[in-house]
Design a protein around this ligand. Structure first.
Ligand SMILES: [Zn+2]
Ligand SMILES: [Zn+2]
Length: 202
């Protein structure tokens, strides 16, 4: 898909960031309202992104329809947008960068992460809140799971990166089952399948 010509011009440092914004606030089972809430504050290592596009994930609909989560909160994670504020200590990103950030990230340090089973991480960090005009991106995601969107990729296409990664992973899962049956020579790291390190048996 080509870049959408209706996309707004790049964010200018002189553009004012308001103190409040509109957001779709979840207030309980089947109860979501567009409300005016505060624009998130950011801390060291974090960035503030002005949302351009956010997909509606089936998991969000499930959470809303079942009332499975505490309220109030703002869902939304299949997002893309423009960095409008950069916290102290952030490197590699600047105001005006078009970015997409992933939904969650493992800690990389717990028992499971160290065994390459980061899908079982005991300290998964989630990034929600993109059904709003602005979102705070946590530091761990800024450092490891946020991407600058290439010039030729539209915000809409970039917002599809996370759902597409889920589709690809599910499409490859049957291969993993076969692999496990044959003796397991591959392992998962995030959304990548890599050869497992083989230890020599004496
Ligand atoms: Zn999703
Ligand atoms: Zn972990």
């Amino acid at each position: 898909m080509s870049k959408n010509s209706s996309e707004p011009a790049a964010f200018n440092k002189a553009d004012a960031i308001p103190s409040t914004m509109r957001a779709a606030v979840y207030r309980g089972k089947n109860d979501v309202h567009v409300e005016t809430i505060s624009v998130p504050e950011i801390g060291t290592g974090e960035v503030l992104v002005r949302i351009h596009t956010c997909g509606i994930c089936g998991t969000d609909l499930k959470k809303i329809h079942t009332g499975s989560h505490d309220a109030p909160r703002v869902f939304g994670h299949e997002m893309s947008g423009t960095i409008v504020r950069v916290g102290e200590g952030v490197s590699g990103f600047a105001v005006g960068d078009r970015v997409m950030a992933y939904h969650h990230i493992p800690c990389g340090e717990c028992f499971y992460c160290k065994r390459g089973q980061d899908n079982l991480c005991e300290d998964l960090l989630f990034n929600n809140g993109a059904y709003a005009e602005y979102i705070r991106i946590p530091g761990r995601i800024v450092r490891q799971n946020m991407l600058v969107i290439p010039e030729h990729v539209s915000f809409q296409d970039a917002a599809m990166v996370e759902p597409l990664a889920c589709v690809l992973r599910d499409a490859l899962l049957p291969l993993l089952w076969i692999d496990a049956w044959l003796g397991s020579s591959f392992t998962w790291r995030g959304n990548e399948m890599r050869p497992r390190e083989v230890t020599q048996q004496s």
